[in-house]
Design a protein around this ligand. Structure first.
Ligand SMILES: Nc1ncnc2c1ncn2[C@@H]1O[C@H](COP(=O)(O)OP(=O)(O)OP(=O)(O)O)[C@@H](O)[C@H]1O
Length: 315
């Protein structure tokens, strides 16, 4: 028995010539919430499908809950919960019927499943809506039903593919509270997202782009080891400041945020504020330039500047 829920080495998936998941190494500890952060098309869903055994790897080794994939995929399925991006329950079945159906799929004995369904209906606030057709529920209610169904059989590992993309901020917050409760009870959770605030809630995180892993660690570690200074420049005409400083090789990126320009400067510059003022004294005159703590978005920008071969995308 290891302390890892998922261990992948060189995990790769090709579709024809296209490499959707490229040589991915993952070590995901049990009883943690681990995130995949990345833009559309970076390979999050494909990786999740590989980890559930629904898709066969083109190369690499994967162990999930100490079982080998794809060899043990069938047995593993009963120990996993998987919530896909699209609502995958039946619109024309009621809330309760959907849960009963899921209980049958997971071979739950009728006597215990009745009790478990009642428990889920109450825990996920669906008791009053048990006879409503799933198709008539709101986005937040559908999402709660989907999570109730995915956790009905008390899986050890829960994989959630962009679970909050169709819900409002309040439901998203409640949803995350539920995830922390499940984690506290011993469930390992793997969740994909493109929201920075959600990624920041994870214990560990892999930043993916174009099928490659660009960084991993806790959000705190990622921010501490980003390899760049972050400056905020204020004042008028920030567009002009941006266009002027951006071509400098030691400027890694610039982005306007309200009344500030956020500037990422190469870490080897010893005194970045002073350096920026000296390189463009005219345009910096009368502005405040101050160094601030990196955010996860800065980390994301910094580690996705290059493509999988290490080429700088800006050039
Ligand atoms: N069955 C398939 N055949 C061919 N290409 C595929 C297949 N499945 C996925 N891809 C491609 O692999 C890449 C990664 O897709 P994937 O769905 O894993 O990305 P994602 O990060 O989950 O993005 P999104 O958030 O948009 O779902 C995309 O370019 C996609 O078009």
């Amino acid at each position: 028995m290891t302390t890892l829920a998922i261990r992948a080495e060189g995990l790769t998936r090709r579709f024809g010539d296209f490499v959707a998941v490229n040589n991915l190494d993952l070590m995901i500890p049990k009883k943690t919430i681990y995130g995949f952060l990345g833009p559309n098309g970076c390979g999050k869903s494909t990786t999740m499908r590989l980890l559930t055994g629904l898709l066969t790897p083109s190369a690499g080794q994967v162990k999930v809950l100490d079982m080998e994939i794809p060899k043990d995929s069938e047995a593993l399925r009963l120990r996993l919960g998987y919530m896909t991006q699209k609502f995958s329950l039946y619109d024309d079945l009621s809330v309760e019927e959907n849960l009963k159906f899921m209980a049958q799929i997971y071979n739950q004995p009728a006597r215990t499943s009745k009790q478990r369904i009642e428990q889920q209906l109450s825990e996920f606030g669906l008791n009053q809506r048990r006879r409503r057709l799933a198709g008539s529920l709101s986005g937040g209610q559908r999402q709660r039903l989907a999570l109730a169904a995915a956790t009905l059989h008390q899986p050890e590992l829960l994989l959630l593919d962009e679970p909050t993309s169709a819900v409002d901020p309040e439901n998203r917050r409640d949803f995350w509270e539920t995830l922390f409760d499940l984690c506290e009870e011993g469930t390992t959770i793997l969740v994909s997202t493109h929201y920075m605030d959600e990624a920041e809630r994870c214990h560990g995180l892999a930043i993916l782009e174009s099928g490659c892993k660009r960084a991993d660690g806790s959000p705190k570690e990622l921010m501490a080891n980003m390899g760049a200074h972050v400056l905020e420049v204020d004042g008028d005409d920030l567009r002009q400041v941006k266009n002027t400083v951006e071509p400098l090789p030691d400027i890694l990126s610039t982005a306007q945020q309200g009344t500030y320009l956020r500037v990422l400067v190469n870490q080897h510059i010893a005194e970045p504020e002073q350096w920026l003022r000296q390189t463009h004294p005219d345009i910096m005159a009368g502005r405040s330039v101050r160094q601030v703590r990196p955010s996860l978005e800065d980390v994301f920008v910094q580690c996705t500047r290059q493509d999988c071969t290490g080429q700088n995308k800006r050039q």
